[in-house]
Each structure stands twice: as structure tokens, then as C-alpha cells.
Design a protein around this ligand. Structure first.
Ligand code: S3P
Length: 181
């Protein structure tokens, strides 16, 4: 197993912003699978969904993980919310390192994403209902993939960071001293 820290969770659970801060604090580079795909395809996620369909995007996510297995170590990796749903991705996620699930309630997700237009799956008439349904299907899978589950809905950004650091110390991924430097 490699020594990456992987952040999984629903859209709007804070994977990218938490990942960026962790990357800064732990002096590890950060990779976001959505950004990786967008750069490679020279298209936004929304464009890929609209032009090629969701299944094509899901294949790109698996390709991205395979590439990361070859190339990434000691990094922070934030993955798209739907990526853990593909079964073949589970072993790839596990092999990449320690998987942290940022668990958020449907209400918290809705509040964060209600004006967002960049998530094609939520551009529907009733996004609240869509979030609830998707989250119901996905939560058990996120939990099954995760080494650490953090309930982030009622936590401030700094509290989330603090709890992740505690978990990383507990799992001996980082040492206490290193986080305080
Ligand atoms: C998706 C989540 C998005 C992006 C795409 C599909 C999903 O990533 O990969 O819009 O299926 O949950 P974020 O979780 O980073 O928003």
C-alpha cells in the first residue's frame, strides 16, 4: 500500500478545500481527480458529462486512479464524489493509501451547493431530493471504502482539520511534531 491520504465523500463535503489546506500543512502535493481529468481532457466535468455521458467520465476516473497507482506517493488525493461507487475502484483506492470519508448530511450538502452550477448531477428540478437519494445509495459504499469516517456537518473548517490530524497521528501516518512545525 502507498502512503497517500485520500479524501472521499459526497459533493460539497469539503474534500477539495480540506485537501488544499492539508497539502499546505503537511507539505504534500495535492491531486484532485476532477481537475486531473479536466486538464487531461481539456474540458470541464460538465462538458464531459454533456458531450460524452456519465459512463465515459466514470471510465476516466478509473484511468486516473490507475495512473495515480503508478505515480503518486506521499500526496493528498481528493476524489470526485461518485468515484467510490465503481466497484473496481475500491481496490485501487485502498492500494493508494489511507482513505478518509468526510461525512456530511444532505442538508449541509444542499446548503453548500444550492447555487452551484458545476455539478451536472445536481442540475435537476429538485436537487434536495436528488442529494438525499444519491447520499442514501452512496453512504454505505463510502463507509466500506474508508479507513477513517469523520462526521463534518457540524464542524468548522479548523475543527475538521484538527480531527483529521488526530486521526493521521493515531494511524501513524504523520508524527505529532510534524503537524506543529
Ligand atoms: C460527482 C462529483 C463531482 C464530479 C462530478 C460527479 C458525483 O466531484 O466528479 O460532478 O457523482 O458525485 P466533487 O465530489 O468533487 O464535487
Amino acid at each position: 500500500m502507498k502512503d497517500n491520504i485520500i479524501l472521499i465523500g459526497f459533493m460539497g463535503s469539503g474534500k477539495t478545500s480540506v485537501g488544499i489546506r492539508l497539502s499546505y500543512q503537511l507539505k504534500r502535493t495535492m491531486i484532485d481527480t476532477d481537475k486531473w481529468i479536466e486538464q487531461k481532457q481539456k474540458k470541464t466535468v460538465s462538458e464531459i458529462f454533456a458531450q460524452s455521458g456519465e459512463e465515459t467520465f466514470r471510465r476516466m476516473e478509473t484511468d486516473c486512479l490507475r495512473e495515480l497507482i503508478r505515480t503518486a506517493d506521499q500526496q493528498i488525493i481528493s476524489v470526485g464524489g461518485g468515484l467510490p461507487m465503481r466497484e473496481e475502484n475500491h481496490a485501487l483506492l485502498k492500494a493508494l493509501g489511507t482513505v478518509i470519508y468526510l461525512q456530511a448530511t444532505p442538508e449541509a450538502v444542499y446548503e453548500r451547493l444550492k447555487t452551484d452550477t458545476t455539478r451536472p448531477l445536481l442540475q435537476v428540478e429538485n436537487p434536495k431530493e436528488r442529494i438525499r437519494t444519491l447520499l442514501e445509495q452512496r453512504a454505505p459504499v463510502y463507509k466500506a471504502c474508508a479507513d477513517v469516517v469523520l462526521d463534518v456537518s457540524d464542524l468548522s473548517f479548523d475543527e475538521i482539520l484538527g480531527q483529521i490530524e488526530e486521526e493521521l497521528i493515531k494511524h501513524e501516518i504523520i508524527s505529532d511534531q510534524r503537524t506543529k512545525s
